[in-house]
Design a protein around this ligand. Structure first.
Ligand code: GLN
Length: 265
């Protein structure tokens, strides 16, 4: 949040355990000593670069409030385009797996927006604990698997695989904002020296677990489109790319070209 006044208000509300409207309704309100202490600590943390969301432990996504800790990537608004694409491609009852679920933002949202059979995988145990907590708190029926990518998912068992994989090149580390580089989990950000290493494995594993005609929906990083398209190769069809609000190609969807099945949409 690069908006100092808003950030200060959000942190003050966190210290006072109140809504922002309360600050304007009660301008005469003085802070108790403990509230000053909390507020001061939050400001100090924010000045040190810690993202506001890791201080308040909250981030809104698709109209719902998710708990976030430094074990998970803070859900980004552009990832809502990934959810939107998956919702358009997955009919009710579809078997959907979110790979590398982090906070659970994608998996939980899908399960709450549509009657889908949602599974979420994650390699980080502290992250999957956050995701399961979000599913429980928001009442989302999601099954969680602690595993690498799709290694615990059976062959041809899924109608749709969705993922916001790590796609930052470890060589671009220094170009990231301090808030991201120094505070967000490396396992969620970096794929390897090129940034495309996880896509490569994910595409191969998705081809294995998707039934013929099933969709793979992935978030793209800045400048990711052409390279990821070339990784798809010939085993995929009906490829489409959706831009985000900034006009950046953000979502790539493609169908498993294997034969022998039908899948609506
Ligand atoms: N979008 C994140 C960023 O701002 C990266 C997330 C990812 O690698 N999937 O850097």
């Amino acid at each position: 949040m690069a908006v100092p006044r808003l950030t200060a208000e959000v942190l003050l509300c966190h210290a006072l355990k109140c809504e922002r409207s309360y600050l304007y309704a009660h301008p005469e309100r003085e802070l108790a000593e403990l509230e000053w202490l909390h507020f001061g600590r939050y400001l100090h943390e924010r000045l040190g670069g810690k993202p506001t969301q890791y201080i308040t432990r909250r981030q809104e996504f698709f109209g719902r409030e998710f708990t976030v800790t430094p074990a998970v990537l803070i859900p980004r608004p552009e990832t809502e385009f990934v959810v939107q694409a998956a919702l358009e491609l997955a009919p009710s009852g579809a078997r959907v797996t979110d790979v590398g679920c982090g906070s659970g933002a994608i998996a939980v949202t899908l399960a709450l927006e549509r009657p889908l059979r949602v599974t979420a995988t994650e390699i980080s145990r502290p992250a999957i604990e956050v995701a399961a907590g979000n599913a429980w708190r928001l009442g989302a029926p999601v099954a969680f698997l602690l595993c690498d990518l799709l290694s615990a998912v059976s062959d041809r068992s899924q109608d749709l695989v969705v993922s916001n994989p790590p796609y930052v090149s470890s060589e671009h580390r220094e170009t990231l904002q301090r808030e991201v580089r120094d505070f967000e989990p490396e396992v969620a950000l970096y794929a390897g020296p090129t940034g495309f290493e996880i896509y490569e494995r994910l595409i191969a594993e998705a081809a294995r677990v998707l039934r013929p005609g099933g969709w793979l929906v992935m978030e793209l990083g800045y400048n990711g489109r052409d390279r990821v398209l070339s990784l798809l190769g010939g085993a995929w069809r009906d490829t489409r790319v959706v831009p985000d609000l900034a006009g950046i190609p953000r979502v790539l969807a493609a169908r498993n070209a294997g034969t022998g099945g039908t899948f609506p949409a």
